[in-house]
Design a protein. Structure first.
Length: 288
C-alpha cells in the first residue's frame, strides 16, 4: 500500500515557504495552504495538523480550558532511551504528551474536547495518554456534557509495553460508563489512526467522523496479508472504504468539521433529559 510506505517524518508539515502535496505532488504556497486549513487546494489532500489546530478549528474562540496539562510519562519498564525520546518530543511539539484535553464550547454548547498530536512520538498511547483520555471521558460523564475526541495515532507506545495495552481496556470501560448515561461521544479519526488506538476509543464513538482519505485500521496491510495469505481489497483501510462498509459514519472535509459536529450536537444532545438522569439509576458506582 502506498500509504503504508510513507514514513512519519515525510508526513509532517515541513518548514519553508513552499511545500509539496503528498496527494498530487503540486508545489503549494504555505500561506495559502494555511488559509485553507492545510488542505491541498488542488486535490483536497489533508496535511496533518497539530492538536492545538483542531482546538482552534472546532471549538468556539478562546473557550478551551486545558486540564492535566503537565502529566508526564514515567519509564515503568526502564526502556532504553525512552526518557530522552520523551524530552525530545516535548521540545519538538511544546506538549508534555501526545494528547491534550479540556473543556470548551462548540456553538455555545459545553463539551469536553480532546485531541491527539501525531508529532509527539507518532501519537502513540502510553499510560499518560490513556489516563488523560480516561479522565476526559470521566469528566464528560460527571459534567454531563458531550465528549469530542480527535484521534491520530500509530498505536500503543511500545516503550511502555503492557502498560500501554492496559489503556485499551481502561478507556473502553470509561466509554461504557459514558454510554450508560446516554451522553454522546463523537470521535473524529484523522490520518493515520491505527492499532491500539483504533482498537479502543477511536472506534467506540457513537458517531465516527473521518477526514477524507484518512488511513484507519488495526494492523498494517502487509502484516494482514502475510497472516491470512490473501490479497486485500484496494484501499481497504481508507476512510471512504470504511464508510462504504459501515465502520465510519461520515467522511467530512476539515472545513466542515465544526459545522457538522455542531449540527450533530443540536440533533442528538437533549440537555434536559441527561440532567434529570439520576446517578443511582445507573449500573455503575462512581468513585470521586
Ligand atoms: Zn494535492
Amino acid at each position: 500500500m502506498k500509504e503504508n510506505s510513507k514514513t512519519p517524518s515525510k508526513m509532517e508539515i515541513p518548514k519553508g515557504l513552499w511545500l509539496r502535496c503528498d496527494g498530487c505532488g503540486e508545489i503549494l504556497y504555505r500561506k495559502s495552504l494555511e488559509q485553507n486549513l492545510f488542505v491541498c487546494m488542488r486535490c483536497g489532500y489533508h496535511f496533518r495538523i497539530s492538536a492545538t489546530k483542531y482546538v482552534e478549528l472546532i471549538l468556539d474562540n478562546e473557550s478551551f480550558e486545558e486540564f492535566d496539562k503537565n502529566f508526564v510519562s514515567g519509564n515503568p519498564l526502564n526502556f532504553p532511551n525512552y526518557k530522552e525520546k520523551l524530552e525530545e518530543a516535548q521540545k519538538k511539539t511544546g506538549y508534555k504528551e501526545a494528547f491534550i484535553y479540556g473543556r470548551g464550547r462548540i456553538n455555545n454548547i459545553a463539551v469536553i474536547f480532546g485531541a491527539m498530536d501525531f508529532n509527539f512520538m507518532g501519537g502513540s498511547m502510553g499510560s499518560v495518554v490513556g489516563e488523560k483520555v480516561a479522565r476526559a471521558i470521566r469528566k464528560a460523564y460527571t459534567d454531563r456534557v458531550p465528549l469530542i475526541i480527535v484521534a491520530t495515532s500509530g498505536g500503543a507506545r511500545m516503550q511502555e509495553g503492557i502498560f500501554s495495552l492496559m489503556q485499551l481496556a481502561k478507556t473502553a470501560a470509561e466509554l461504557a460508563l459514558l454510554a450508560s448515561a446516554k451522553i454522546p461521544y463523537i470521535v473524529v479519526v484523522t490520518n493515520p489512526t491505527m492499532a491500539g488506538v483504533m482498537a479502543s476509543y477511536a472506534s467506540l464513538g457513537d458517531i465516527i467522523i473521518a477526514e477524507p482519505k484518512a488511513l484507519l485500521g488495526f494492523a498494517g496491510a502487509r502484516v494482514i496479508e502475510g497472516t491470512i495469505g490473501e490479497k486485500l481489497p484496494e484501499g481497504f483501510q481508507t476512510a471512504e472504504f470504511l464508510l462504504a462498509h459501515g465502520f465510519v459514519d461520515l467522511v467530512v472535509p476539515r472545513k466542515q468539521l465544526r459545522p457538522t459536529i455542531s449540527k450533530i450536537l443540536d440533533i442528538v444532545w437533549n440537555k434536559k433529559e441527561s440532567q434529570s438522569l439520576e446517578t443511582e439509576k445507573l449500573n455503575y458506582k462512581i468513585e470521586e
